[in-house]
Each structure stands twice: as structure tokens, then as C-alpha cells.
Design a protein around this ligand. Structure first.
Ligand code: NAI
Length: 472
């Protein structure tokens, strides 16, 4: 069999690349070994957001009595919740199958590996060899395991197990205070588990601005989540009375009784078993596939996108890389985006986007920047929603006033960051953000106000006195 374009992997990288290539007139074959939609749709982004949505409601409803809505008889029906989450995922997966078919993409179930620079073998119901002109590899990533803490899917769970929601355990030990650990740890705490997070670094969400993390830490405390920092999980000890997690902490070895453990200590690219050597595809030192600005590998006929091509491992990054790769194969002069927003669905949500220069880094490099902060507590809509925690921070170049970054912690941060991403992609200045008419009363006004604050002329903040504080 022959394919003009072969896409390996049907996740948010691969299926988007396939659709874009089909739009550009290519004959496209997509190979998927499991389910269309990949980890993101089937056992990641979508089921987690469905469950987080449900857990937020379940947890919020008792508070409604404060605003005059009486609620009684509230209870959680885990089976129904699980079925609803599955319905959401199935509907979306069927949608992807329809989109691919309507775009003329041929979907082949099976596992592909390269047998030469221009051929793959697909191990499926029937083994098949496919010759390709071009290939886009979007094979994704899988969870890392700490030696001695391998997933047994009974005691030591991965995120897929945790999202299967077999039960709500009384106690859940979460190893890793990163994206997954905090999103799912918060979810289970809201459903009633006693959650303990074990994180080896000295802050939760290492690499995220500490001031964005603080409101999340406060909320975790309110939810009764115990956080152990500088505690490195090392292994398991199984005794007659049950299992204990062994962790190394500055004060010595800790043993934590474990009913269920969710291990979320990062992910690694799916490069093994693909026959990359036979295809002439090289890896980076860190084990990702080495690519150029259009996601071309060391074999110019093969492109690699998404998690397998390097961090950040985010679905939206994979999709955009897929579009660029498909366009590059069609001969279009596509180039990569400037910035990738990151969103963490904690409570409150955290989101940021930027050109890689935080306020602290700007100070360290003595680069003149303008920084404006606007708290949600000062925003009418946030008050009316009873969600006044958090702030928006805008960082701009001190001379040109071009927006360099936006950081948000607070209600709907995940949606608000899209305007910031557009601003950065368009090279917008503080004036552009400040002079764009934002509807009132809405949460995005916080972005406009933060830009005004960076220009020293916020409307809804008390004026600050002092040298250099005058409005511009
Ligand atoms: P992560 O890299 O976000 O966090 C892993 C955490 O585990 C780190 O804080 C690390 O210091 C800690 N850790 C590592 N070894 C440890 C040990 N022995 N003991 C204690 N702590 C240890 O990785 P995570 O949460 O597994 O997620 C994987 C990736 O999936 C994320 O980096 C992100 O790219 C993606 N993701 C994105 C989401 C989103 O966009 N909202 C949601 C979930 C995942």
C-alpha cells in the first residue's frame, strides 16, 4: 500500500495534522494502535476536566446556602458520574472519527514501526506494509515510573487509573506535586478523599512563578490536603498491615501509610519500538525526536510533533505543530508560533503565556520592564461570582511596551489566557490591551486593568504614590 502522507498517532497532534493535510489536498492515512483522540481525549484532558467540573459543583453546592439557595440531600453517585464522563469522551471520540472520514482520511488500526526510510509495517488485525512520501510521527508520551514504584494499577495508580474513577478512596497519596498530581489531588479531595501530596522540590508546581502557586496552596490547605515538600518518594514497603510509601526528606526517612497511590512524576516520549534507527530519525540528548522549526526530523521526509518532539507536553502545542508540519509538507512557508499558553486546572486555576521572561528573570538581567497587577478582588464580575481570589499580572518591555508575558491565577484563568496569547502572538502593546473595549462586567476586564496598572493609570485601583509612578 502507498500513502502520500502517513500520520502515526491519532491524538490531538496526529488527527489535527491529518485533517489539515487533507484540506491541502493530500492523500492521508492515519495509523492508531488504540483509540482516536489519544491520551488527551480518552484518559487525560477531557475526562479530567469532566470530573473536575463535577467535583467543583459537588463541593460548591453546600456553599450555596450562603447566597440564599438551600440544598439538601446532596450525594455523590460515583457510577452515574463515571458513566457521564464516559459518554462525554465517547461522543467526542466519535466526532473525531466523523471528521477524519469526512475529510477523506483513511484510518488504519494497528501499531506502526519503520522498516526503512520510507516504509512502515503496521501490526494490526492484518500486517500491512505502507510506503509513504511523507510521514508525521505523533506517538505521544507515557508516564514515568520511579524504580520500586512501578504501576500495578491496584495500589500504585497512573493518571488513567485515577480517571477511571473505580471508587473514591478514603486516603490517596499523590507522588508529584506537578500538573497531574495537583489537578487530580484536588479533584479527589473535593470528592472526599484525604489527600497527601509528596513533592521532592521545595515548591508545588516547580517552575511556576511562586506567587501564582500561593493561592492554590491556600486552597489545598482549606480542602485538608497535606503537602510534603522536599520529600522524594523512593519505594514501597509492603507489610502485613498494608503498604507504606518510603520517602526521603531533609529530616530523615518518612513512611506514609498508603491505601492508594497516584504516581504522577512526569512523562517520557514514546520513541521505543518505532524503528527510528532504520528510518534515520535522530534523538536529542534528552531522548526526544530532534526537529527543526517546521518539525522536520533528520530524515527530511519524516516530521515529528507533540510530546515526542519535546516539551512542553501539551495537547494544544501538539495540534499547532501538526498544522505547521502539514503545511510545510504541502510547501507552505509555515513557521512556529511565538508562545504556548500553559494552564493548570487547579483551584483556583493557573494560566500563563509569555516569551520566556518572568518578572524575576527581567530583574535578574537588569532588563527594564513594566509590570501591572490587578486583583480579582477589585473586579465587579469576580465579586458577583463569589470568586475574588487571585490576580492578573502583565509584563511588558519597558521601552516598546510590547507585552512579554501574562500570568493569571484565579477564576476562569484557563479561558482568560487566550486573549493574552493572542496579544503576544500579534505583538500587542500595553496600550492595545488597555484601549480594547472589554465588555462590563466580565472577567477579561482584569487583563485590561492589569495593562492599565502597568501603565500606572489603573482605574479600579487606588493610585500609588512615589517616583516613577506617574501615569503615562
Ligand atoms: P509534572 O512534570 O508536571 O510534575 C511531576 C512532579 O513530580 C514534579 O513536581 C517533580 O518535582 C515531582 N517528582 C518527580 N520525582 C519525584 C519523587 N521521586 N518524589 C516526589 N516528587 C517527585 O508531571 P505530571 O504531573 O506527571 O504531568 C506530566 C505532563 O503532562 C505535564 O508536565 C504536562 O506537560 C502534562 N499535563 C498537562 C496538563 C494541563 O495542561 N492542564 C494536565 C496534566 C498533565
Amino acid at each position: 500500500m502507498k500513502a502520500e502522507l502517513l500520520v502515526i498517532g491519532g491524538g490531538p497532534g496526529g488527527y489535527v495534522a491529518a485533517i489539515r493535510a487533507a484540506q491541502l489536498g493530500r492523500d492521508v492515512t492515519l495509523i492508531e494502535q488504540d483509540r482516536l483522540g489519544g491520551v488527551c481525549l480518552n484518559e487525560g484532558c477531557i475526562p479530567s476536566k469532566a470530573l473536575i467540573h463535577a467535583a467543583n459543583l459537588y463541593h460548591k453546592i453546600p456553599e450555596l446556602s450562603q447566597i440564599g439557595i438551600a440544598t439538601e440531600g446532596l450525594r455523590l453517585e460515583v457510577e452515574r458520574l463515571r458513566a457521564w464522563k464516559e459518554e462525554v469522551v465517547t461522543r467526542l471520540r466519535e466526532g473525531i472519527a466523523k471528521l477524519l472520514s469526512a475529510n477523506g482520511v483513511r484510518v488504519v488500526p494497528g501499531r506502526a514501526h519503520f522498516v526503512s526510510q520510507g516504509q512502515v509495517k503496521v501490526e494490526g488485525a492484518e500486517a500491512e506494509t505502507i510506503e509513504f512520501d511523507h510521514c508525521i510521527l505523533a506517538s505521544g508520551s507515557r508516564p514515568l515510573e520511579i524504580p520500586g514504584l512501578e504501576f500495578d494499577h491496584e495500589l500504585v495508580l497512573d493518571s488513567t487509573d485515577a480517571l477511571a474513577l473505580e471508587e473514591v478512596p478514603q486516603a490517596l497519596l499523590v507522588i508529584g506535586g506537578g500538573y497531574i498530581g495537583l489537578e487530580l489531588g484536588t479533584l479527589y479531595a473535593k470528592l472526599g478523599s484525604k489527600v497527601t501530596v509528596v513533592e521532592m522540590m521545595n515548591q508545588l508546581l516547580p517552575g511556576t512563578e511562586p506567587e501564582l502557586v500561593r493561592p492554590v496552596e491556600r486552597r489545598l490547605r482549606e480542602l485538608g490536603v497535606e503537602v510534603l515538600l522536599r520529600a522524594k518518594a523512593k519505594g514501597l514497603r509492603r507489610g502485613r498491615s498494608g503498604a507504606e510509601l518510603v520517602a526521603e526528606a531533609p529530616e530523615g526517612e518518612k513512611r506514609l501509610v498508603a491505601e492508594k497511590i497516584l504516581q504522577a512524576v512526569g512523562r517520557r516520549p514514546n520513541t521505543a519500538g518505532l524503528g527510528l534507527e532504520r528510518a534515520g530519525v535522530e534523538l536529542t540528548e534528552k531522548g526526544f525526536i530532534a526537529v527543526d522549526g517546521q518539525f522536520r526530523t533528520s530524515n527530511p521526509r519524516i516530521f515529528a510533533i507533540g510530546d515526542v518532539a519535546g516539551p512542553p507536553m501539551l495537547a494544544h502545542k501538539a495540534s499547532h505543530e501538526g498544522i505547521i508540519a502539514a503545511e510545510a509538507i504541502a510547501g507552505l512557508p509555515s513557521a512556529a508560533f511565538k508562545a504556548v499558553p500553559a494552564v493548570i486546572f487547579t483551584d483556583p486555576e493557573i494560566a500563563y503565556v509569555g516569551l520566556g521572561l518572568s518578572e524575576a528573570e527581567a530583574q535578574a538581567r537588569a532588563r527594564k520592564v513594566l509590570v501591572g497587577r490587578f486583583p480579582f478582588a477589585a473586579l465587579g464580575r469576580a465579586a458577583a461570582m463569589g470568586e475574588a481570589e487571585g490576580f492578573v499580572k502583565v509584563i511588558a518591555d519597558g521601552e516598546s511596551k510590547v507585552v512579554l508575558g501574562v500570568e493569571i491565577v484565579g477564576p476562569e484563568a484557563s479561558s482568560l489566557i487566550a486573549e493574552a496569547a493572542l496579544a503576544i502572538e500579534m505583538g500587542a502593546t500595553l496600550e492595545d490591551l488597555a484601549r480594547t473595549v472589554h465588555p462590563h462586567p466580565t472577567l477579561p476586564e482584569a487583563l485590561m486593568e492589569a495593562a492599565l496598572a502597568a501603565l500606572h493609570r489603573p482605574i479600579h485601583l487606588l493610585p500609588r504614590k512615589g517616583p516613577g509612578r506617574g501615569p503615562s
